[in-house]
Design a protein around this ligand. Sequence first.
Ligand code: A5P
Length: 232
Amino acid sequence: MDWNSDIIKSLSWPAAISNIESKQKLAEQIAAKVRSGNIIGVGSGSTCYLALLAISQRIKNEQLNIMAISTSIEIALTCSSLGIPITSLYEHRPDWYFDGADEVDPNSHLIKGRGGAMFKEKLMMNASQQNFIIVDHSKLVDKLGSKFPIPVEVFPTALMNVEAKLKTLGANEILLRAAQGKDGPVISENGNLILDVKFDHIEKDLEIKIKSITGVIESGLFQNQLVEIIVG
Ligand code: A5P
């Protein structure tokens, strides 16, 4: 039986999408990779949203049989509204995964997590056999940290412990991400807090050092991942 939900039927991306022409082209490139039978991990953000629209078009036109594993509630709801079947890592390993990023450096190291979904995004990237990062030119930087802080997801009662340890790693600004549409801080996909952290210099082992702090669930620094970057 169908829910016939007005909320799901009326879903759309909530804001104007920046660099939409480049993102549309990236969306078409990702949709062209889809093969019937694929289990596809889906990242978060507006580029992924557009890619899902393009994939759903191919599913309709060619009766493709695919399943998606989402990294966020936002993307799970989008799949639901587009009629794309969802599965989970309990049932399936993704054949491939696509996602956006906030910054990409010349070594294909990334900053992600503007959407607060970096834990599930990194998990999906680890679980998947092939990873595509789709970005428009505005995401390319010479040096990570040029435009975005590093998001760090923190177990709530570990907040001050993590803050103190980040300072010893050289953090020069640590902000608790504030919510919009609710009072107080952002609560992540996993019920945790998010710190946005700036460093003067991002060492090549900073991802591992941040991860080793007790109370850190995950960071949005992706220095050690196997990814193929596609620039639109
Ligand atoms: C989600 O947590 C982020 O890492 C996104 O991948 C990133 O913010 C994507 O940005 P766009 O909305 O520009 O695709």
